[in-house]
Design a protein. Sequence first.
Length: 487
Amino acid sequence: MSGKRIGVTFADQFGIPEDWLKQKGVFNPTLDFDAPLYIDPFLLPDSRQKEFSSCAFEAYEAHFAEIHRLLMLSVQPGDKAWAAALKRFRFRESAGMGGTCLGYTKHGTKGRGWGPVLSGRALHWAKGVIDLGVKDPEMFSSMSLFEDGVGPDLISDMVTNIALECILKFNDRIYRELEAELGISIGRDAYQLNSFSAELPKNPFSNTGDPVILVADDVLKFLPLMEDPRQLPKLIQHNEQLRDRVNNHIGEIFKIRTKRERDAIRRRAMVDANAFQTLLDLLKILEKAPYDIYKDPQGLVQWSSIAKDYASVFDLKIDDDQALPRIERIDRVCGAIIQQFTELVEDRRLWRVFYVDGKPRHERFAQLLFLAIAVSYCDANGLDISPESDAGAGPVDFKFSVGSERVLVEIKLSTNSSVVSGYTKQLDAYNKAERAKRGHYVLIDVGEIGEKWDRLREIAAANPDFAKYRKLHLVDGTVRESASKLK
């Protein structure tokens, strides 16, 4: 194989042993795909890296303690104290700040930021909390619960901006230890990040020349707590003192069944200082656990190495008939790769990687795994096929293209409730456009399939012209019993 890959990690690119990074507590980023992780301020004080637990946390606390002080002095929005607080709430975006290779929105974090409207809204909320009598500067870490539009990507940007000097000190130490312990010296370029100068390696996959900015592996989270507030009651059950406080102040938390019901928590927490502080203390305790990068239950980072291993062990020879029209060639290549992927899952035990502790990983894992395997096979066969994919944290629907000819590939897990509606929407688009675009719709059965596959086949049977250009594939990724258990 010639070595072209999708999902090149920092360790791969610069020849660093992954075990060394793990031992040092350094997150090994994928340089050409942002990982949907974010720096959680609640995790800073418990990091085993002093640059995060002391330096970054102290900078964060000091920054918001000053905003808190100014808002206490402010009599009304727009006065001098308010303006000074607002100035400190504007977290600038600058070239190179995407170098952490973390991104939580579908289109990454570039182009988003703490603009004047969002900063003003957040400041009004903070003033309201302070007026309740809350004195804890960590109140600002809970903004994603109370302010729509303040997601984990913006919280992460906020922490990175405030603690940038500390993060750069962490990077400098890691590179010095890398050279001293392993004799590996990585070429670094001079960068100006906000007001700080730093020497960092250039990310060869960045179109804007961003550096690689390393972060500690124990300050990262995947799912923001308040995206799934149903986690909260589980925590309270194991903490008697906190349970009593919650019963007194925000008892509605036990009634949570859906994400929408978080509004009840928001309203109740804003009643008085005790209620808000109770919720804040609850968040602090629950947020103590970072995302387990090495077990990777969501499959956010391991898809690249798994794809590399399987594609190198199980070769695929693709019959590329160059006499065919270009679109037919691309379509046949996609079909051959899908067939190989199906065999890997069903006959070569690739199904095992779809689960951690018996639970299916995130759909994004399956999508990126397929994409990485496909690119490896195309490169191994000398095929000039380039994948076009959204590298953000949203669904990874991608195309294979040569020139202007494209073939769409969509990977869905059977646990996705939108499996059928996704295919139906494509049918609607096909009928409106009145032109055929080639595509493959791949459903991987990891449980909860119900009647989804039967419904897809019914739709295809009723619309043969559409189905001809949107081919259906079913991959059996269900758990098998081990051979020792079979009789």
